[in-house]
Design a protein around this ligand. Structure first.
Ligand SMILES: O=C(O)CCC(=O)C(=O)O
Ligand SMILES: [Fe+2]
Length: 426
């Protein structure tokens, strides 16, 4: 690891003179090199030049850790044994130097956004990938719970395509009909349809599961005790995805995992539908989406949604059209048109002052499956108009893509382990 540390150190030396000195003065170089942790603790949520310092401090810390590790392994005279030792030490999770390095890299990446040195981060991550690619883990031999749910018999099913739909066909439908649609077979060619089924694929492409990912822990984002935590992918997989009955729900939700892990991005592609021209949004749709007019996106916004059976995304709206692609597992979806907003009881501003107008007060999870009479009764007392609201519902399974028009309210609950990708566009 000495040579990787040298690479990073050299790269920092070459560029630091230009950047850090210009932005923050000569002393900053000394400070980030000698006190990287202190700078990293300070540099949250701040202007770019501070994020640049955070970035460089993170890389200096990485140099320190790599050097310390190579000193440890230098005690071992046999170079060949030393090489394998990297992997053995790395697999000893109680003393995992690699995890320490990855923690620093991922914190550096997520908090700074790597504004100045993405290539150095990429280089280090690629080298570490080579080191971990042969590791095997107990989780790798386990599988996800992908059992097929019972068929949903509904009076109000979401429309479903009966034959393949190309961009032109989708555009024609958009021009005539503004309702949700389940499209089958559109993502059959995605490599992700085959690879994401295996926990081993996720672990292999996240440095043996060491990459840190944000996980929402708790029943749903409006439930008491809900929190967000950064944790290694391996911990997320072992604690929340593999057990049939985990102690609590953990959901890697609405997160651009593909920007962080480009190897996963290779498994999918942006559906052509995102390049259609939606009809001008009607006033109801804009109002429910909290918009005066549509803000044009240059490119679709990608998000990963990875979780066990039982994740619940409360009834809400988004200010975009959406193609929600179901890659692995099953989800129940229920959708209400924008004109029903007055029957859906949007929330107000929460205790932290955050606007929750795009989220309904109605707890759908108690109302659709195995609903208890007393919950339904309480709900109709608290929200008397809710029962009258028109909706459509359905189950999306592996290979399905759900079109959610802008401003439509949607509730989503996973019925098995599930991995979906959403593409927000307009
Ligand atoms: O899949 C989910 O849990 C929610 C998806 C969603 O709300 C979205 O893609 O906008
Ligand atoms: Fe959504």
């Amino acid at each position: 690891m000495q040579s990787l540390a040298d690479d990073v150190q050299d790269a920092l030396r070459t560029y630091a003179a230009d950047d850090a000195i210009k932005l923050c003065g000569q002393a900053s170089l000394y400070i980030i090199a000698t006190h990287p942790e202190k700078v990293m603790d300070l540099a949250h949520d701040v202007p770019e030049h501070w994020r640049r310092l955070f970035e460089d401090a993170s890389l200096h810390k990485v140099v320190e850790l790599l050097r310390a590790h190579s000193k440890d392994t230098d005690l071992e005279p046999d170079a060949k044994r030393r090489k394998t030792e990297h992997i053995v030490v790395a697999s000893n999770r109680n003393h995992d130097w690699l995890q320490e390095v990855v923690n620093v890299l991922d914190r550096g990446l997520s908090l700074s956004g790597a504004p100045g040195r993405p290539a150095i981060f990429e280089h280090v991550l690629e080298q570490l990938h080579q080191l971990t690619v042969d590791e095997t883990e107990a989780e790798e031999r386990k599988s996800f719970n992908l059992e097929k749910p019972e068929v949903l018999v509904s009076e109000y099913p979401v429309d479903r395509t009966s034959e393949p739909l190309d961009l032109e066909g989708f555009q024609t439908r958009l021009d005539t009909d503004r309702t949700p649609l389940i499209i089958t077979g559109a993502i059959e060619e995605w490599p992700a349809r085959r690879s994401w089924i295996n926990p081993s694929h996720l672990l292999r492409h996240t440095l043996g599961g060491r990459r840190l990912v944000p996980v929402e822990v708790g029943e749903s984002y409006v439930a008491d005790g809900w929190s967000q935590r950064m944790m290694p992918m391996r911990e997320f997989v072992a604690t929340y995805l593999i057990p049939r009955t985990p102690l609590e729900t953990g959901y890697l939700a609405q997160y651009d995992l593909f920007a962080q892990i480009p190897a996963l991005r290779d498994g999918i592609s942006i559906p052509d539908y995102c390049y259609s021209t939606p009809p001008p949004a009607d006033a109801d749709a804009l109002k429910t989406a909290g918009l005066a007019s549509v803000q044009q996106l240059d490119e679709p916004l990608l998000n990963a949604w990875l979780g066990p059976k039982g994740t619940k995304t409360p009834l809400h709206t988004d200010p975009y059209h959406n193609i929600l692609c179901q890659v692995v597992g099953y989800k129940y979806v229920r959708l209400y048109p924008p004109k029903e907003t007055c029957r859906l009881y949007p929330r107000g501003v929460d205790e932290k002052g955050i606007s929750m107008h795009n989220t309904s007060q109605v707890d759908m999870s108690q109302l659709w499956k195995d609903a208890r009479a007393e919950d339904v009764e309480r709900m109709s007392q608290d929200f008397p108009l809710f029962r009258e609201a028109e909706y459509v519902e359905g189950i999306i399974g592996p290979g399905d893509s759900l079109y959610v028009p802008l401003g439509w309210w949607h509730y989503v609950e996973s019925l098995s382990t599930s991995f979906s990708t959403s593409f927000w566009w307009n």
